[in-house]
Design a protein. Structure first.
Length: 213
């Protein structure tokens, strides 16, 4: 009987930890506020739409805060859609574009690839995956980059749910692939501007903690 009780208690504690049940509410509110106060411009990119997460997605992710925006680069006409979400590690870790986009009438053209961007001397790693119309040999029409952060640099983690942290940020950016192999894609171009914007706001690098750097 004692062993059964201990197992039940241990399981409850583990589940609560995975779902960030005991997060400090003030910390949560501070992080959510950061997402709501990002500037409208990020380098050469300008925010043109600002949407809200649908109720069904909100319930699935159990997130504390999110942004769902579209950015335009006026010089080229390129557009990207960016989704940043902050919430409990469990739900935030398991939902990937391969699942979401595949259910919306597209399929990956291959396996995701971990890609590292060196920005301001710091490595930021994200997964990159291309999508196309299902059951065709058509070239990819959509490129998606995504990854997670526990407050430090972004990581293309294979098992983000296993991180020893209460909560995670997730970023996901989608746009058209590069027209040629010699060009960088609009998504990569946007990320090179947007990740430093997030870092200056306090997301994606511990160098901003306590205002020390």
């Amino acid at each position: 009987m004692v062993l059964c009780v201990l197992l039940i208690i241990t399981g409850g504690v583990a589940h609560g930890y995975l779902d960030s049940r005991w997060m400090n509410q003030k910390d949560v509110e501070a992080q959510v506020q950061i997402l709501q106060q990002l500037p409208e411009k990020s380098g050469d990119w300008v925010r043109v739409t600002d949407d809200e997460l649908q109720d069904a997605a909100q319930r699935t992710l159990q997130c504390y805060g999110s942004l769902l925006q579209e950015y335009l680069k006026p010089a080229t006409g390129d557009r990207v859609k960016v989704f940043v979400v902050y919430g409990p590690r469990g739900p935030i870790a398991v939902h990937t574009p391969e699942v979401c986009y595949s259910s919306a009438g597209t399929e990956p053209t291959g396996n995701r690839v971990a890609t590292t961007l060196l920005i301001d001397g710091q490595a930021q790693a994200l997964w990159k995956v291309n999508f196309r119309k299902p059951r065709t040999n058509a070239p990819p029409h959509l490129e998606v980059w995504y990854g997670w952060s526990d407050g430090g640099p972004w990581k293309a983690s294979a098992f983000p749910r296993a991180w020893f942290t209460d909560s995670l940020f997730k970023i996901q950016v989608a746009g058209q692939p590069a027209k040629t192999s010699d060009e960088i894609s609009p998504v990569e171009d946007f990320l090179r501007s947007f990740l430093p914007t997030l870092e200056r706001a306090g997301i994606g690098s511990k160098r901003n903690e306590a205002g020390t750097q």
